[in-house]
Design a protein around this ligand. Structure first.
Ligand SMILES: NC(=O)c1ccc[n+]([C@@H]2O[C@H](COP(=O)([O-])OP(=O)(O)OC[C@H]3O[C@@H](n4cnc5c(N)ncnc54)[C@H](OP(=O)(O)O)[C@@H]3O)[C@@H](O)[C@H]2O)c1
Length: 244
């Protein structure tokens, strides 16, 4: 595999301001790809853009909220215009608000579903015509281990991520004929600021409890790039990625 084997691959990456989305954007740039960086806050996206440029990439920053259909449609249109088309949509934007259902606020439930599930729906919907125009491509949703198994205090989060699994399974059959591969990756815990706990706090937890293990964001990015690298004849529908 050559170092720049994804040269020219255009990917819209949501959640690109930190964690998995940022790691995907950098890894893609290192492989010669062209990431369009999507997230709500411009400042972290600009930071990612600097890292992407440092990795030899030519980043595009598009601040957009994945829960807003017009913003999402515009973001994909801008990426297609800037780079001449889109080959992949990597959907990593998400929020983690945890707590017992008995006291869980309706507003948190709605925000969780809007971001983690409706956001994936809107981005996938916006991506399809661009990918079809390119003769095929990939939609990769970052679900979670909690998208296959419920855990106490993760009920709302799990509901959103289980929803992503069903959405991706249904969509896969709709667009396979267009050469579009739809995949979901279901990682276990990752060392990112996700879920209201800093990366440093997670590192401390890992240091004090040998049983506590995390993936690095780069591990998830490498797995996602593996999906983009698969030959056209091969499709990974679901990838379960655990810390080991
Ligand atoms: N960390 C874990 O342990 C873990 C485990 C399994 C799966 N996951 C999943 O992995 C994905 C990436 O998470 P991460 O760990 O990289 O967390 P992260 O570092 O917190 O990144 C999440 C990103 O999503 C963006 N985002 C949130 N709401 C958004 C919205 N409405 N519109 C656009 N962007 C939005 C955030 O930027 P803004 O706030 O600026 O918009 C942020 O950059 C998530 O889908 C998460 O559910 C995480």
């Amino acid at each position: 595999m050559s170092a720049r084997d994804l040269a020219g691959t255009v990917a819209v990456v949501t959640g690109a301001g930190s964690g998995v989305g940022r790691a995907v954007a950098i890894a893609l740039a290192e492989a010669g790809g062209l990431p369009a960086l999507v997230g709500r806050s411009r400042e972290p996206l600009e930071e990612t853009a600097g890292l992407v440029a440092g990795a030899g990439g030519r980043p595009l920053v598009v601040a957009a909220d994945v829960t807003e259909e017009t913003a999402v449609t515009d973001a994909f249109a801008r990426a297609a215009e800037a780079f001449g088309g889109i080959d992949a949509a990597i959907l990593a934007a998400g929020i983690g608000r945890y707590g017992p259902i008995e006291t869980y606020a309706l507003a948190d439930w709605e925000a969780t579903l809007a971001t983690n599930l409706t956001g994936v729906f809107l981005c996938a919907k916006a991506a399809i015509p661009h990918l079809r125009r390119r003769g095929g491509g990939a939609i990769v949703a970052v679900s979670s281990g909690a998208g296959k198994q419920g855990y106490p205090e993760l009920g709302a989060y799990s509901a959103s991520k289980f929803g992503v699994m069903g959405l991706m399974q249904g969509l896969a059959g709709e667009v396979a004929g267009d050469g579009i591969k739809v995949s979901a990756i279901t990682p276990g815990s990752i060392l990112t600021p996700f879920g209201g706990r800093s990366e440093a706090a997670k590192r401390e937890a890992m240091a004090s409890d040998p049983g506590k293990k995390y993936l690095e964001a780069e591990d998830v990015a490498a797995a996602i790039l593996f999906l983009l690298r698969q030959p056209r004849r091969a499709w990974t529908q679901e990838m379960n990625l655990w810390p080991f």
